[in-house]
Design a binder for this molecule. Structure first.
Ligand SMILES: Cc1cc2nc3c(=O)[nH]c(=O)nc-3n(C[C@H](O)[C@H](O)[C@H](O)COP(=O)(O)OP(=O)(O)OC[C@H]3O[C@@H](n4cnc5c(N)ncnc54)[C@H](O)[C@@H]3O)c2cc1C
Length: 297
């Protein structure tokens, strides 16, 4: 079945890589071999690929910048569809339409240069507009859902493209309707606000500096856990005395206890063992069960 799909990709001139080291894709630099990574160059190619995969009931996952995905250590046959080729965006006044694979940081800087405000607080979040929308990424008091007007999605059940408004996307803290796996995001339209370019760029500079001071430099997936009601996961982990605790090559960051970093050749097993230890200790000390924010592939 896979050979026929490879033939199809060749005929359609869609780029793909076989036996890819997934650690090279993920921001935490963890992961074994992926049987097949498909990289459509545009919206039309992505839809063609999705239609094929769904009609032949392949197991697949669409990914953006892989800054929130922990890949397994071993080999995986699940097909990975990478969206970074869908990287166009345009603005009509203050309405900005961005394809799913646009880098969130690059978009926020481009908009700031054009005097369009809204994404400055989110500027340091790695990854794509798509990944940020799926998980309703947020930072410094802002969530991406506040800016989204509509999203264009491929509905895997109905096998067609649909448009949903912000209200229909069912956003919550680090979640949206897209988490169900039924939809693939193609693009979003964001409502920015006209503002002084210098002020926007200055705000991005402040955010970059704040992140540089607060966050570790080693490879990571950002915060491992969601913020529990009424507290901060990082503070609870810190109060359990776990800063700097290591498991194999994974370590709880000394700079920010909410981050598990790849200090030296970590595996997914190391990462998850350390996450489980943090959950156990926080539950014991605070009676709170921390929920993973990262996506375990
Ligand atoms: C140093 C660092 C700092 C971070 N800081 C923050 C922060 O401040 N705030 C925050 O919220 N997050 C933060 N993160 C986490 C991460 O960057 C965000 O969650 C980001 O939005 C993920 O985007 P991505 O493109 O990398 O998504 P990926 O990791 O590629 O994917 C994330 C999820 O979205 C799905 N997905 C991606 N694209 C699509 C699509 N087109 N259609 C359907 N599903 C899709 C994937 O299947 C996966 O389930 C940080 C990460 C790092 C490494």
């Amino acid at each position: 079945m896979i050979l026929r799909f490879l033939d199809y990709l060749k005929r359609k001139e869609v780029e793909f890589t076989e036996n890819k080291r997934l650690s090279e894709l993920s921001s935490v630099r963890i992961g074994g071999e992926g049987r097949l990574v498909v990289s459509p160059k545009c919206r039309g190619e992505l839809i063609t690929v999705l239609e094929y995969l769904d009609s032949h009931t392949f197991d697949y996952k669409v990914v953006g910048g892989c800054s929130n995905i922990l890949f397994p250590d071993g080999k995986t046959d699940k097909i990975i569809v990478k969206t970074s080729g869908l990287a166009d965006f345009s603005a009509k006044g203050a309405a900005v339409t961005a394809e799913t694979g646009v880098s969130l940081s690059a978009l926020s800087r481009s908009l700031a240069r054009a005097g369009l405000s809204g994404l400055e607080e989110l500027s340091g979040i790695p990854g794509t507009v798509g990944g940020a929308t799926v998980g309703n990424a947020g930072a410094y008091g802002r969530e991406i859902c506040e800016l989204i007007e509509v999203a264009e999605l491929y509905d895997r059940e109905a096998c067609r493209v649909i448009t949903l408004s912000q209200a229909d996307l069912d956003f919550g803290y680090r979640t949206s309707i897209l988490k169900s796996g039924r939809f693939v995001l193609l693009s979003v339209t964001l409502k920015a606000r006209e503002h002084s370019s210098a002020a926007c760029l200055m705000r991005i500079g402040e955010i970059t500096e704040a992140r540089r001071k607060a966050q570790p430099r080693e490879p990571s997936l950002g915060s491992t856990f969601k913020r529990p009601p009424g507290g901060y996961a990082s503070r609870m982990i810190d109060l359990c005395g776990l800063k700097g605790r290591a498991c194999g090559g994974a370590k709880i960051s000394e700079k920010h206890a909410g981050f598990i970093v790849n200090a030296c050749g970590a595996t997914a097993k190391d990462y998850l063992s350390l996450a489980a230890l943090a959950q156990k200790e926080v539950l014991r000390k605070f009676g709170v069960l921390l929920e993973l924010e990262i996506d375990v592939f």
